[in-house]
Design a binder for this molecule. Structure first.
Ligand code: NAI
Length: 292
């Protein structure tokens, strides 16, 4: 297996910035790409603050933090990925948009590069079919936030080669992650099970079964989950949750995966969760409340 030296990450949102941080902290040269310069500048700030927290907790030295930041290059120019050994896509959860990106990456990336997707639910086989190298395309699904969560779910498309699989597994393990493998079915393992639960929590709220606080407290204390499902949905992003439910619904063809109307309405209203300051909960109020 060829030794990986440089990684490209496309999409500098919650997930892409965390993945880029991990790669930089584990000694790889990283190019982080986002079309939105505002997203790039907030990614740079959040990565640097997060690395600094590792220093404050004594988990890495200040010198290691400085080195990691020195290995990170943020840009809007996709062509800078021409020398990356491994590219991980973490852009918006839309099959059409991701396919367009894979077509471009296939043209830009060197012939040996592996193209991975952090998709939560979209078919890896279909993304791979947009490229001329389906054997080098794979799902590498990190959990949120990537620097902290221990799991990486690896998804092989119909044509993914053993070499691609073992290189991806080795990279996840280099990052200190535990790997699970899923077949290429909508939602894979984690979101196939998690998203219907979150959707059901929205139905419980929508139909007036209980308040949002009681739904979350019920699931936290009643099932020992660290976060309630509505709080978790806000953390993931309600737009991401809705996109995943739509992929499950279209891919598995059962009405039980139909997105709850309340989830749809929140997304229509721009209530996307914590990243926008408001979702099921209003974080602007919570912040003001705590600052008082
Ligand atoms: P996000 O909305 O925080 O970030 C997406 C970023 O991609 C934005 O900064 C946007 O400007 C950028 N972008 C969009 N189109 C682009 C393009 N063509 N080229 C370059 N940049 C582009 O989204 P988030 O939450 O980081 O999710 C990204 C991916 O990771 C999605 O596929 C999602 O399903 C998956 N994922 C999300 C998790 C979560 O908890 N939010 C967990 C695991 C996977």
């Amino acid at each position: 297996m060829v030794e990986l030296k440089s990684v490209g990450v496309v999409g500098g949102g919650q997930m892409g910035s965390g993945i880029a941080q991990l790669a930089a902290m584990y000694g790889l040269d990283v190019h982080l790409i986002d079309t939105d310069p505002v997203a790039l500048s907030s990614a740079t700030k959040s990565i640097s603050a997060s690395i600094q927290r590792f220093v404050s907790k004594g988990q890495i030295s200040q010198a290691a933090a400085t080195d990691a930041l020195g290995r990170l290059h943020c840009t809007s120019n996709l062509e800078e990925l021409c020398s990356s050994d491994f590219i991980i896509e973490a852009i918006v959860e839309s099959e059409d948009v991701k396919k367009k990106l894979f077509i471009n990456l296939d043209k830009i990336a060197k012939s040996t590069a592996i193209l991975a997707s952090n998709t939560s639910s979209i078919s890896i086989t279909r993304l791979a079919s947009a490229t001329s190298r389906p054997q080098q395309v794979i799902g590498m699904h990190f959990m949120n936030p990537p620097p902290i969560m221990k799991l990486v779910e690896i998804v092989r498309g119909a044509d993914t080669s053993d070499n691609t699989f073992y290189a991806t597994k080795a990279l996840a393990e280099r990052f200190g992650k535990i790997v699970i493998c899923s077949q290429d079915y909508s939602g894979f393992i984690v979101n196939r099970i998690l998203m219907p639960m979150i959707n059901e929590a929205f139905h419980a709220l929508y139909t007036g079964v209980a308040t949002k606080e009681d739904i979350d407290t019920g699931m936290k204390l009643g099932t020992n989950h660290p976060m309630g499902p509505l709080e978790l949905a806000d953390f993931i992003g309600l737009d991401v949750c809705l996109s995943i439910m739509r992929v499950l619904h279209a891919g598995l063809g059962d009405s039980k995966y139909s997105p709850c109307p309340l989830l749809v309405q929140y997304v229509d209203a721009g209530r996307l969760g914590k990243k926008r300051g408001i979702g099921v909960y209003d974080y602007r109020k919570l912040k003001n409340h705590f600052n008082e």
